[in-house]
Design a binder for this molecule. Structure first.
Ligand SMILES: Nc1ncnc2c1ncn2[C@@H]1O[C@H](COP(=O)(O)OP(=O)(O)OP(=O)(O)O)[C@@H](O)[C@H]1O
Ligand SMILES: [Mg+2]
Length: 499
């Protein structure tokens, strides 16, 4: 199967999301789709997979022009896209979802379907129990289910939009190995949208780069047997230059004089039914940045939420700005300068259906009388300051992922005492990620203590004064971050704590 995109064009109002894109994808190749936040990557992939029509242009499969009417038509033509939130139905089991989504419905015997599911997941080492309810699955397992479902439907091109967000390193290896088999052994086309340049260099055969809606370059990736740290660094520099039009300097951060303790936990135990949380004693001082590392579900999220009074505490004490806060609500603490930022952008932090201005109004005050004119003005100023691609009256879900993240950070108060923030740069391009950190550190300079979690080891090592590693509810502190390599941190995250 070969795909050709000819003169694909798409506008959203004033935004030229895809500007006359011409591309060819040939079978047996894994192609990375790169570009800064808002470059038009997701738009192009949605057009190719039938989730969105182009304004003009043509898609040719093996030389034949295809007229899409939706994702089902795209799948019938062999092109399937892994949705960030797969359309699974909670009450169903894995097997029911596999059958339901496969279109064959009742014609396919359950036993037959189960055998097919087992065969496909066995081949790729996917851990899918057919009788598990979908609700119980991890993000990585939902992805795996969606992949086998699309394969059962006969897809020959698989599109993945930022699939490594929120999955562990181990799960990522399983996913990447499956993608290698599908392309290199079965001759499928795999298209991968990602901001993680190491992943792209590791997995892809070539990349295409979009900038401001235009296709600006194409580059072959070094062969996997040639990969070493020098080649990876060189390729990263090349990619960054293509994406942003210039090279970026190495990251570093200023360190501030640490001041009075802002957050003090003594033997704090966050309550959880599944995890046996160890008591944690931690002091965060004004100006300090503490990174929380660990695989998803290792206890760091619980600990952060317990500190923000969003989760129950089973024991120990908790002080903020010198006062016991075990009896306080998050709402009260927010007014006193404790701010929590959630990782799930559209699930928790932002509200789909509301405009940017309405978000500003939400966090502004408890004042019942909303001054919309002032709110719109304030929103416009934030858009300018945070260089958000979007306008005050846009609904939040119209923004690209990275721009949603900018809005979320833009909604944080200017001078909090304590910032507890999950995955601050998830889904951001390299340049935006640095820029978000400049904004966070500026709050540190003004005296905020910052507690953040991240899946990115480089981010943890670059920005933390100290790192607390979580594994199965236990913790290990890395006090001297500069003496710790990314590899060492990786082992710690895997639970190999020194005795
Ligand atoms: N449904 C929509 N309505 C209005 N504007 C949209 C819509 N979808 C995308 N856009 C705009 O089109 C541009 C390209 O968005 P797209 O989501 O394709 O970017 P992206 O490259 O995937 O970015 P990111 O890396 O942040 O995910 C952005 O400026 C975005 O705001
Ligand atoms: Mg996107």
């Amino acid at each position: 199967m070969n795909i050709e995109l000819r003169h694909i064009d798409k506008r959203f109002g004033a935004v030229h999301a895809n500007n006359d894109i011409n591309l060819r994808f040939v079978q047996g190749r894994i192609v990375g789709i790169l570009g800064e936040n808002g470059a038009g990557k997701s738009t192009l992939m949605k057009i190719l997979s039938g989730f969105q029509p182009a304004d003009s242009g043509a898609i040719l499969i093996d030389g034949r022009a295809i007229d899409y009417t939706g994702p089902i038509a795209a799948i019938a033509n062999g092109i399937g896209m892994l949705q960030q939130d797969p359309l699974d139905v909670g009450a169903f089991t894995v097997l029911e979802n596999f059958i339901y989504g496969s279109g064959v419905g009742l014609n396919l015997q359950r036993a037959q379907a189960e055998a097919r599911l087992g065969e496909l997941s066995g081949r790729f080492g996917f851990a899918l129990d057919p009788h598990q309810p979908i609700d119980n699955l991890l993000i990585a397992q939902r992805q795996q289910l969606e992949i086998v479902r699309l394969l059962a439907l006969g897809v020959r091109t698989l599109i993945l939009d930022e699939p490594t967000t929120g999955i562990s390193a181990e799960q990522k290896e399983v996913l990447f190995n499956a993608l290698r088999q599908l392309s290199h052994e079965d001759g499928m086309i795999v298209l991968l949208v990602s901001h993680k340049l190491e992943d792209v260099i590791d997995l892809c055969d070539e990349v295409v780069v979009l900038r401001a809606g235009c296709m600006v370059g194409r580059l072959d990736m070094p062969a996997s047997q040639d990969l070493n740290s020098a080649i990876i660094a060189k390729t990263k520099r090349q990619l960054v230059t293509m994406m942003f039009g210039e090279a970026l300097d190495a990251q570093s951060r200023p360190h501030y004089e640490l001041d009075a303790p802002v957050l003090v936990t003594r033997e704090l135990v966050a309550q959880d039914l599944r995890l046996d949380m160890q008591p944690i004693s931690l002091t965060a001082r004004a100006g300090e940045v503490i990174g929380l590392a660990g695989l998803g579900g290792s206890g760091q999220e619980l600990f952060m939420r317990a500190c923000a009074r969003l989760e129950r505490v089973a024991g120990g004490s908790l002080e903020f700005a010198g006062r016991d806060i075990l009896g306080a609500s998050y709402r009260q603490l927010f007014r006193r300068g404790l701010v929590f930022g959630a990782a799930g952008r559209l699930e928790e932090g932002l509200i789909a259906g509301l405009t940017l201005t309405e978000h500003t109004a939400l966090v502004a005050d408890d004042n019942l009388q909303i001054d919309w004119k002032a709110m719109r003005k304030q929103t416009a100023a934030r858009i300018e300051q945070y260089r958000v691609k979007g306008s005050a009256d846009d609904n939040i879900e119209q923004l690209s992922g990275g721009n949603q993240q900018r809005v979320l950070v833009g909604l944080l108060p200017d001078a909090p005492k304590l910032l507890i923030i999950e995955q601050p740069t998830r889904g951001l391009d390299v340049d935006s990620a640095r820029w978000i950190w400049t904004q966070l550190l500026e709050r540190g300079r003004r005296g905020a203590a910052i507690l953040f979690s991240s899946d990115e080891l480089e981010e943890l090592v670059t920005y933390s004064d100290r790192i607390i590693v979580f594994f199965a509810g236990r913790v290990h502190e890395v006090a001297d971050v500069s003496a710790t390599s990314i590899d060492e941190l990786g082992y710690l995250i895997g639970g190999e704590f020194p005795a």
